[in-house]
Design a protein around this ligand. Structure first.
Ligand code: SF4
Length: 302
């Protein structure tokens, strides 16, 4: 995952350099989220979303893992985390603790998984429901396969007439739906990772909060809509929205040239500095503002 000036997460890359991938099959006719996923593909090469029809089975084998398999916490999760373990050894020359590896693995799944829900909301005010049985991930190709059988939208959306639509009255109800849809997807996934991460529920949901915020912040930047993304995320996660821990937490610093430099404080520790102590996170609550300004100002503008 490339890092730009305002996307400070120093966590390990979400996907490795992907080999050339086969063409993405067309979305099912009438898909309410196809345009959002197509826009995602235009601005971010690290993730392609394949939509399955109701009758197509989820992809399995040859690098694919189901979100339900990760949630089960068994051999599929072992195999998934073996990749993270090998990557740390290869890139940093030493092993990491099992809980650190599990945290990296969760980040690499949850970061793109949150976008499956938050990006259609951000772009088109449509919120798909994606239980774990309906999502599969191919990390080395940077692909996710989904089946969207229901979604929420606002009353004036033409998609309200589509099968599977659930019409909500207003923006606040839709924000509640985003939080509920992400929580529905991530709750079993967090349960699958939890025994390996050795973190309590509050810390796990801090991780989920960070993934929701930082993935959409990053995409907002790529879309040229960073300011709207941070504002929408502030409204989505204002604090006191359990199970999420904390708020989006954005604030603005001022660079030496007067440039505004958005930042936030992470709700969770990504543990990356247990692997590379010299590489602290720019959004770590322990990173002082002077340090943040120096690092953000030195980065090229997105
Ligand atoms: S302690 Fe801070 S700098 Fe270190 S990994 Fe955690 S969030 Fe990042």
């Amino acid at each position: 995952m490339a890092v730009n000036a305002s996307q400070p997460t120093p966590a390990p890359p979400a996907t490795p350099a992907a080999p050339p991938a086969p063409a993405t099959p067309p979305a099912p006719p009438g898909s309410p989220v196809a345009d959002a996923y197509a826009r995602l593909a235009e601005v971010y090469s690290g993730l392609r979303v394949i939509e399955r029809t109701a009758h197509e089975p989820a992809p399995r084998g040859a690098g694919w893992v189901g979100a339900d398999e990760l949630a089960a916490g068994g051999p599929a999760l072992d195999a998934f985390l073996a990749w993270d373990e090998a990557q740390v050894l290869k890139d940093y020359g030493h092993r990491a603790r099992p809980d650190v590896i599990a945290s990296f693995g969760l980040h690499r799944y949850a970061w793109p998984a949150c976008l499956l829900i938050t990006l259609p909301w951000f772009l088109h005010r449509r919120v798909p429901r994606l239980p774990v049985a309906d999502v599969a991930f191919h990390r080395t190709l940077g692909r996710m396969a989904v089946r969207v059988s229901s979604f929420a939208c606002l009353p004036d959306d033409p998609a309200a007439a589509l099968p599977g639509a659930r019409v909500l009255p207003d923006e606040e109800a839709l924000r509640g739906e985003v939080r509920a849809a992400v929580a529905e997807h991530l709750t079993p996934v967090l349960e699958g990772f939890a025994p390996r991460m050795r973190r309590g529920r509050r810390a796990l949901w801090g991780t989920a909060t960070d993934e929701v915020v930082e993935s959409l912040w990053y995409l907002g930047n790529l879309l040229g809509e960073e300011q709207r993304a941070t504002a929408e995320l502030e409204a989505l996660l204002p604090g006191s929205t359990a199970p999420y821990t904390g708020a989006a937490g954005f604030r603005t610093l001022t660079g030496p040239d007067g440039r505004e430099l958005p930042t936030r404080d992470r709700a969770s520790c990504c543990l990356f500095c247990t692997v590379r102590p010299q590489d602290t996170c720019v959004t770590c609550p322990r990173t002082c503002d002077a340090d943040r300004i120096a690092r953000l100002a030195a980065a090229p503008a997105a």
